[in-house]
Design a protein around this ligand. Structure first.
Ligand SMILES: [Zn+2]
Length: 266
């Protein structure tokens, strides 16, 4: 759908119902989109604002997806600022200063240390509490470094072969051996990982055994509602999906039936 909106905006610039931002016209940049956010750049005239609103209406008509004016904001700068802000207010749009987006301030000046430090601190804190391999690596080898020293140190760490011994080339297996924590082999490991196993099936089986599949019951904790797509059961747990679901149950019966059938006579 974003693709449709992109095409409509580009077409509106070609048709001159939206005029380009002076800094964007050379590279033909009309907008940027990330996930479900979109930033449209114009010359800041009320005519261009009307052009954008017309594109949004056209998009809603074609896709049945309406862009909420209450969640849209106009960021104006320069000579026509007041006129544009008045037009935005009349159209029901809020007006604001350039925001902080994904942790970084959108600014017209070159960013300085203070601008991106909060984001670096946030990333570092996230890595420090992460239980992932990457998080452990950062905790073990980089956490004492300042955000600006991390890169040089990180490069050195990946070259680390043993304590106080550094190689000239990076080796993924040597780094893995260095930082992984060995645990006892589980009794079911050969059920999942074996020479003829298809990796994607082995991986899904492994996730199922560890109960780490993205089932409805687990996704509820992340704010996503999903019931069983096969029978409508609201509590879609791993055990439901693989055993208790009526659909799965009939599949199991068919598998057992075919296994127990007498072998066809030659
Ligand atoms: Zn079900």
């Amino acid at each position: 759908m974003n693709n449709l909106l992109s095409k409509l905006l580009n077409k509106a610039v070609v048709n001159r119902s939206i005029s380009s931002h002076p800094m964007c016209s050379v590279v033909n940049l009309t907008h940027l989109s990330f996930a479900d956010d979109i930033v449209v750049f114009t010359d800041g005239s009320p005519a261009s604002l009307n052009g954008i609103l017309a594109v949004f209406q056209e998009f809603a008509r074609m896709s049945r997806l309406r862009i909420t004016m209450a969640k849209s904001t106009v960021f104006a700068a320069g000579r026509g600022k007041l006129v544009l802000e008045a037009a935005a207010g009349a159209a029901g749009l809020s007006v604001s200063a350039l925001p902080i987006y994904l942790g970084l301030p959108l600014t017209t000046k070159t960013m300085i240390h203070n601008d991106y430090e909060p984001l670096l601190v946030k990333i570092q804190n996230r890595l420090l509490i992460s239980e992932s391999l990457w998080g452990k690596w950062v905790r073990q080898l980089c956490c004492e470094m300042s955000p600006f020293g991390t890169l040089g140190r990180a490069q050195q760490c990946t070259l680390k072969k043993r304590e106080d011994e550094y190689g000239r080339d990076f080796s993924a297996s040597a780094t893995w051996e260095l930082i992984c924590t060995r645990r006892p082999t589980v009794p079911w490991s050969k059920l999942v990982w074996f020479a003829q196993g298809v990796p994607r099936y082995s991986f899904i089986t492994w996730l199922a055994i560890r109960d780490r599949l993205s089932t409805g019951s687990r996704m509820r904790a992340w704010g996503q509602v999903q019931c069983c797509l096969l029978c409508g059961e609201p509590d879609e747990t791993r055990d439901h999906l693989f055993f208790a679901c009526p659909y799965t149950y009939t599949l199991w019966l068919q598998v057992i039936d075919s296994l127990l059938q007498p072998a066809p006579s030659p």
